[in-house]
Design a protein around this ligand. Sequence first.
Ligand code: NAD
Length: 276
Amino acid sequence: MAVPFLTLSDGNTIPQLGFGVFKVEPELTQGVVEEALAAGYRHIDTATGYHNEEAVGKAIRASGIPRESLFVTTKLSNVDHKSGDIRGAYERSLAWLDIDYIDLYLIHWPMPAQEKYLGAWEKLIEFKSEGLTKSIGVSNFQVSQLQHIIEATGVAPVVDQVELHPLFQQKELLTYLDTKDVTVETWGPLGQGRWDLSAYPALTDAAIAHRKTPAQVILRWHIQTGHITIPKTTHRERMDENIDIFDFELNADEMKAIAALDTGKRLGGNPDDVNG
Ligand code: NAD
């Protein structure tokens, strides 16, 4: 079954399930992305900081899939953000990817102690109005940083890409994002392989009931909560597994049981403390 699209606040559409390439080594990335495209993914999430934009672009061009059928996200690195050369960073990403345009450009981390994220956001607004990128958003922004950029510019990001999975559900942030029509995009959706997916009855019971795996149950939960999600794997069978989630539905009790797994604890760094 096909991956559904969500409509962002700027009117553009995005495949709700994408494919992330964090920590996919540059020399492996072209092959991995070609496999993901063959498995049916049409939305790829990369970043300058992953050092694999060039290989993502090569895979896209090699696939022969029309550019307009694909959705590509990349992100302003912390190094470029700190240097202040936001336009140069964007142009370098575009050159490495070599795919005519970027669908979604994100500020990777707010780095609040650097006090440069508002200036970076103003540059992204320029890129959008110049037609360089179709959509602009942020990543790892907390409520205070979102408030700051929205109040200062009047422009809300279309997405906030944040750590979110059953053990860390960000309920307060979600409430705020909802009021500003910012779509949530979840990174680390499967807990980055750092916890045992089969250790939670809320996941395994639903998996048994629907003849799916715990990973499929988690990804289905992300989809049913209305988020965009971008799981990563380098294995073809897991690519197939992770996209095979559109032929079943978790019921209200199953959704509630997963909601109850929240521990409030992150796997990654607190964005307020990531400043370089
Ligand atoms: P993830 O939750 O997608 O975990 C990936 C790991 O889960 C794999 O390495 C593998 O160990 C395991 N896995 C994958 N499929 C599985 C399956 N079917 N069954 C069992 N285990 C499975 O974590 P991630 O890669 O960190 O996050 C996804 C994407 O989000 C990244 O690739 C990247 O594009 C993005 N991301 C963004 C940020 C950010 O700061 N904006 C940070 C981290 C990741």
